[in-house]
Design a protein around this ligand. Structure first.
Ligand code: GTP
Ligand code: MG
Length: 196
């Protein structure tokens, strides 16, 4: 359960994040996939993480303190076409440093847009996470945007692709920030991850 959620700090430099003295879980995925919206839905605090219809809203590593005990982290998205080469390189460095060196990171949610067929950029990203031993699960977002059968089809296609490439697929959740879909399941999983 999340009873309290507070913004702590934003950083460009992942080595300047808060002291890694407590459990931490991060949210990542393509720009506009719904990372910040999912965080707001899970915490029940409407504008805790800033959201926007325009991709590229979140540009920093944002730490939130949950229940005075663990950190939830909102990260900037990848794959935003309008980004300059320079910003893309900076993003890659910031995110790869964060994901591979954050010692207290116990889980990463990679968000996938449930409206789309498997996207190369997402498959490449989960591949990289696997190679780097980043402990990740999947959250398919925006499930309210189409029929359940269409969502199921896209989810299954993505999992099949993962199985083809990696021989397995991780735990996954189907969510809707709009309709609170998947909330109980994700919160239960988070509770278990951060349990002392
Ligand atoms: P960046 O910070 O730019 O990387 O994006 P983000 O992944 O944080 O996405 P954000 O949460 O800002 O959401 C992007 C847009 O999608 C916003 O207009 C949200 O209202 C919308 N959105 C996010 N999740 C859902 C959802 O589950 N259902 C619907 N219908 N819209 C959603
Ligand atoms: Mg965001």
């Amino acid at each position: 359960m999340i009873k309290k959620a507070e913004f702590v700090v934003s950083n460009t430099d992942p080595t300047k994040c808060p002291k890694p003295d407590r459990a931490e879980i991060a949210f990542i995925g393509r720009s506009n996939v719904g990372k910040s919206s999912l965080i707001n839905m899970l915490t029940g605090v409407k504008e805790l993480a800033k959201t926007s219809q325009k991709p590229g809203k979140t540009q920093l590593v944002n730490h939130f303190m949950i229940n005075d005990r663990w950190y939830l982290v909102d990260l900037p998205g990848y794959g935003f076409a309008k980004v300059s080469k320079d910003r893309k390189v900076k993003w890659e460095k910031m995110i790869s440093t964060y994901l591979t060196s954050r010692s207290n990171l116990c889980g990463v949610f990679v968000l996938i847009d449930s409206r789309l067929e498997p996207q190369t950029i997402d498959l490449e990203f989960v591949n990289w996470c696997g190679e780097q031993n980043v402990p990740f699960v999947l959250a398919f977002t925006k499930a309210d945007k189409q029929s359940k059968s269409q969502t199921d089809k896209n989810v299954k296609a993505f999992l099949n692709k993962m199985e083809e490439i990696f021989g397995e697929y991780p735990d996954y959740f189907v969510t809707s920030a709009e309709k609170q879909g998947g909330k109980d399941e994700v919160l239960k999983f988070l509770d278990e991850l951060v349990a002392e």
